[in-house]
Design a protein around this ligand. Structure first.
Ligand code: PGA
Length: 249
């Protein structure tokens, strides 16, 4: 099964209007392979400007979070309906920073993924173990517990549309990347775990690797059979470096 390579930029709480303009100018000018999908996820206030400035059909716009409700008295929150209104196509849910700093549980992440899909958005569902969990041999158990509520909340059609991102917490923003071999092994486990619920969906879903991906290591990682691209933080804020990764194929 040939799956597209997805290169997704997670700007986190970084970037400004000039980065939106510099990045879109750079990406509008390049020809990205049809086997490749680029997604830029800036902070919410910049989503409208990015949608308007982007003219490259292979570049989509994504948000970094949604509330699981559609509207209401929830000061400061953003809903899937609003993203849809702005022609946003993707939304990251369950990033490890949201799980650890904002106490998001795997059940909540499943509700957000379900709501995104219900509004026609593609959720990028993040999972990953901490350094201590890896050292104690708990990686597969942790990933299973993070995946289980998502798999039980979604039906088969919905599941096929999900993008997963495996991001070992110890590799995020640290410069410590999982080796391509270790990442492939874990991605294989994730695909097999999904296959136990739905083998057809497991074959189709993209599983991205995230955690210190950069222009020097992306090729080896993306070449692994179960790694379908990357969710990129730090390196996605550097226009030239990100452009290089977008031209991966
Ligand atoms: P990083 O972040 O590339 O800076 O490690 C990745 C992420 O947190 O999505």
């Amino acid at each position: 099964m040939h799956r597209k390579t997805i290169v997704a930029a997670n700007w986190k709480m970084n970037g400004d209007v000039s980065l939106i303009n510099e990045m879109t100018d750079a990406l509008n000018a390049i020809s990205i392979s049809e086997n490749q999908q680029v997604i830029i996820c800036p902070p919410a206030p910049y989503l409208g400007a990015l949608t308007q400035a982007n003219t490259n059909a292979r570049v989509a716009v994504g948000a970094q979070n949604i509330n699981e409700q559609l509207k209401g008295a929830l000061t400061g929150e953003v809903s899937a309906l609003m993203l849809k209104d702005l022609s946003v196509q993707y939304v990251i849910v369950g990033h490890s920073e949201r799980r650890s700093l904002f106490a998001e549980t795997s059940g909540l992440v499943a509700d957000k993924a379900k709501q995104a899909l219900a509004q026609g958005l593609t959720p990028i569902v993040c999972i990953g173990e901490s350094e201590q969990e890896r050292e104690q041999g708990q990686t597969e158990q942790v990933l299973s517990e993070q995946l289980a509520p998502v798999l039980s909340a979604l039906d088969s059609d919905e599941l096929t549309d999900v993008v997963f991102a495996y991001e070992p917490v110890w590799a995020i923003g640290t410069g410590k990347t999982a080796s391509a071999e270790m990442a492939q092994q874990t991605h294989r486990f994730i695909r097999e775990y999904i296959a136990a619920t739905d083998s057809d969906a497991a074959d189709k879903v993209a599983i991205l690797y995230g955690g210190s991906v950069n222009a020097g290591n992306y090729q080896e990682l993306f070449a692994q059979p179960d790694i379908d691209g990357g969710l990129i933080g730090g390196a996605s804020l550097k226009v030239e470096e990100f452009k290089t990764i977008c031209l991966a194929e």
